[in-house]
Design a protein around this ligand. Structure first.
Ligand code: GDP
Length: 422
């Protein structure tokens, strides 16, 4: 069908900004996509259809159902060389019942002759058909134009400007326990309100001098019994929660360490420009010696590299260890994320440094960086104005980012290092 090829094409269409996050379960993929200044998360439900394709296995049905339930917009990818299949009809029925917005993507329209065949997919009765070629990219621009148009307006969910902290993690890591520990015992808490994002719960947390919205992905368990489903379900929910928060508290299980699913969620949070704190929960279950924390931390940092500057807090929700520290750390990350470093401070720091360690000349070209400033936007971005931005190498960018992080506190904050012509 070419879903994966299409996925890669769409998520790599702006390679500098996005690249696909490593697959989570089986062939499923989650990626960040940007088009006309609008960003969104693209989920590929995965390659369950191997071999016989007239069997609409119950497993596939479940996956597709969850995906349809949880998403904003469905792209149904069909194969123009095969025509309408039983599978397409089955999925079309599911989508019709859900009343979700849908675009039909007729793939493998590699030449204009094949364009004529896209017509038959109108028989599915679901609306517009977009003839594209995932291989050569034709038609994908028009498709993306309409994808972006079909997305809901971005709304500021809260007028209050309070920090929004999301608790994210795999099933059973202790999210509900943490939510209860934070909210259960405090009396001065406003009643939970349903978030505007589907099925995330936003609760005001106001104690110990902190005041913020706690976002959690409650209710996952009720809807799904099977483990495989649960995992997928929780990822879909996590994506929603990540998109509606400022800082992610990513909980991982001390006994399991940072697994590929955790890493995929970490990358999504990073690509969404969210602040991140890693909470290693169930620390009570670990036999400890003097180096345990250090070694564990080091392992995590190796996995999350190159974005290693992330606070890691070892907690036990069960024995109420360092829960408040977790909250304080998340609030510090929020502070780091919302700070605006004055331009003179940045220049005082960077210009002498750059003078001493200038970028290497490439092909005889010398890059002169003239001044540095932080953009006044929601995400954190430092701009270096220079004569030849295209000649600044990745290593040098990394060098400047490391220096930035040594000197200023951007712990837990993804920072974009931009180079512009002046
Ligand atoms: P969720 O699925 O992420 O919401 O996880 P839960 O909060 O439901 O917790 C899953 C299980 O882990 C429950 O049996 C909890 O009692 C247990 N648990 C949660 N936190 C801790 C902890 O710090 N230490 C230990 N030993 N168990 C914990």
């Amino acid at each position: 069908m070419g879903k994966s090829t299409l996925f890669n094409r769409l998520t790599e269409s702006r390679k500098a900004i996005v690249d696909p996050v490593a697959g989570v379960t089986r062939d499923r993929h989650y990626g960040r996509c940007e088009w006309n200044g609008r960003e969104f998360t693209l989920i590929d439900t995965g390659g369950y259809i191997h071999g016989s394709e007239d069997v609409f296995e119950s497993e596939i049905r479940k996956q597709v159902k969850i995906a349809i339930d949880e998403c904003t917009l469905v792209l149904l990818v069909v194969d123009v060389t095969e025509g309408v299949t039983e599978f397409d009809k089955e999925v079309a029925n599911l989508i019709r019942k859900s009343k979700k917005k849908i675009l039909i993507v007729a793939n493998k329209v590699d030449n204009s002759e094949r364009d004529a065949y896209t017509g038959e997919f109108y028989a599915l009765g679901l609306g517009n058909v977009y003839g594209i070629s995932a291989i050569n990219g034709s038609g994908t621009g028009d498709l993306l134009d309409d994808v972006v148009k079909a997305l809901p307006e971005i709304e500021e969910e809260f007028a209050d400007n309070l920090p929004r902290i999301a608790i994210i993690g795999r099933p059973n890591v202790g999210k509900s326990s943490l939510t209860n520990a934070l909210l259960g015992e405090e009396r001065n808490i406003v009643t939970p309100v349903a978030g505007t994002t589907r099925d995330t719960i936003h609760t005001r947390y106001k104690s110990f001098g902190h005041d913020f919205w706690l976002i959690d992905t409650a209710g996952i368990r009720k809807k799904s019994k099977v483990n495989e489903d649960l995992e997928f379900y929780s990822v879909m929910r996590s994506i929603n929660a990540i998109e509606s928060c400022d800082v992610v508290m990513l909980m991982i299980d001390a006994e399991q360490g940072m697994e590929s699913q955790d890493l995929a969620i970490f990358s999504l949070a990073e690509k969404n420009h969210k602040g991140i704190v890693i909470l290693v929960n169930k620390w009570d279950l670990i036999e400890k010696n003097t180096n345990s924390t250090k070694e564990f931390e080091e392992k995590i940092r190796e996995r999350i590299a190159p974005f290693r500057d992330v606070p890691i807090v070892f907690i036990s929700v069960l024995s109420k260890q360092r829960i408040l520290k977790a909250v304080e750390t998340a609030m510090q990350v929020y502070k780091n994320k919302t700070q605006k470093i004055p331009t003179n401070k940045l220049n005082e720091f960077f210009l002498p440094l750059i003078e001493n360690y200038p970028p290497q000349a490439i092909k005889g070209k010398y890059v002169k960086i003239k001044y540095v400033t932080q953009l006044k936007i929601r995400t954190t971005a430092i701009v270096f104005f220079c004569n030849l931005p295209q000649y600044v190498g990745e290593n040098y960018k990394r060098f400047l980012e490391n220096k930035l992080r040594e000197h200023f506190d951007f712990s837990g904050v993804p920072v974009a290092m931009l180079f512009r012509k002046k």
